[in-house]
Design a protein around this ligand. Structure first.
Ligand code: UDP
Ligand code: MG
Length: 141
């Protein structure tokens, strides 16, 4: 099934000059970039984005981190895009991420792990709409 998913190059990925590296890995896997921007999240913006995690012990630190510098959200489209992006990113904890994944190759910690990817169709819809309106998403092939 052709899907759309949201990915974000997190502040650590931008600081490490990995924007092109991350997008390149997605493109090489056959995913199409249909939306792309650079934004700075306020603490409140980050809290809204990660609202599902608000009860978790890492919520405060995570939302501080996500608002610590610019991020590059993007919408990727393709066959099985949600799972493909998760596979290319690797596990949340870089020590557990498979060799050759973005997080294994570049992440410093379970928090500063370079990249975000939606985990299901419902979260993808919410997360895409959080960053992009219809005019900002290309419709053509
Ligand atoms: N995170 C963290 N500590 C944890 C688990 C997660 O700091 O113990 C951060 C990390 O940046 C992660 C984000 O919170 O990417 C969202 O967590 P989730 O479990 O959704 O992981 P993901 O879907 O990003 O792999
Ligand atoms: Mg997640």
């Amino acid at each position: 099934m052709v899907e759309r998913t949201l990915s974000i190059v997190k502040p650590d990925g931008v600081r490490k000059n990995l924007i092109g590296e991350v997008i390149g890995r997605f493109e090489k896997a056959g995913l199409k970039v249909v939306g792309l921007k650079m934004v700075c999240l306020t603490k409140k913006d980050a809290e809204g984005f990660y609202a599902v995690h608000r009860e978790r012990p890492f919520f405060e630190s995570l939302t501080e981190f996500m608002s610590s510098g610019p991020v590059v959200p993007m919408v990727l489209e393709g066959e099985g895009a949600i799972g493909k992006v998760r596979e290319i990113m690797g596990a949340t904890n870089p020590e557990q991420a498979a060799p050759g994944t973005i997080r294994r190759d570049f992440a410093d910690s379970i928090e500063s792990n370079i990249v975000h990817g939606s985990d299901a169709p419902e979260t993808a819809s919410f997360e895409i709409a959080y960053f992009f309106n219809a005019l900002e998403l290309s419709q053509g092939g």
